[in-house]
Ligand binder design. Sequence first.
Ligand SMILES: C[S@@+](CC[C@H](N)C(=O)[O-])C[C@H]1O[C@@H](n2cnc3c(N)ncnc32)[C@H](O)[C@@H]1O
Length: 249
Amino acid sequence: MATEQDTVEIWNTYGTHQLTRGLQLPELDRWDWGIPETGPGINALGEVAGLRVLDLGSGLGRHAANLAALGAKVTAVDTSPAQHQRALTRYQDHPGLHLVCADAVAHLHAADPYDLIYSVGSVPYLDPNRLLSALAKGLKPGGRLVFSALHTNSDSAGPSNEVTPRPEILRLPGTTQDHPVNMWSSACSCGKTSWSSTASPWNRSQRSTPRRRTTQSPTGCTRPAVRHACRAVPAPTHLPRRTPPSGSV
Ligand SMILES: C[S@@+](CC[C@H](N)C(=O)[O-])C[C@H]1O[C@@H](n2cnc3c(N)ncnc32)[C@H](O)[C@@H]1O
């Protein structure tokens, strides 16, 4: 938890910086998964109207507001008070949207289960050893989990076979100030490793996505993909070294 807490403090620095800048980002005109104009779009979530939905690590809250406008009952949880404040400043009275400042794992243990949990770029900041069991509890049977995670870090390293955090750089937008954060970038579809082994209780209890025959991954694994309840949306991005792992969100 200490590693995660350090990273949360950096996100708080980031949020405070964005509050101070007063940057006004436009509403989403096309759903993205962290990297604009790439990826499958909102269709990856399926039908959302009437569903109880959690946005995990919601930041400014634009995705959550977008889904609420489509008729979902959305809770947007972010553990950084500054990021939460950014969302409150913009969406406090947004119909269908409930903004919560809390650790996502604590929230999942306390809240009633959700029909759909999604996350745009935030899952890799949480230790899967504690996150995945919370997701198992936090999703209704048959519920859906959809998240995006960077495929390649700023050092050009692909997903790791080990469930271990590795350093990444977060740059404060509009500055040259870099901050170290930690991310778990695990090879999520690869045999016995990382996501699949830590996710096993949850794999058994939830609906599977269609099986792919083989998996190509930078780790060289060609095993058939295991059945997952989740759909991981890869951001097919190679980040040039020292570019922040997320845009100006
Ligand atoms: C890359 S940002 C993504 C923000 C938002 N999903 C978006 O795309 O605009 C990651 C967010 O995860 C949040 N976060 C990190 N650890 C968290 C935790 N344990 N619980 C909830 N939120 C967390 C950070 O505060 C930050 O706002």
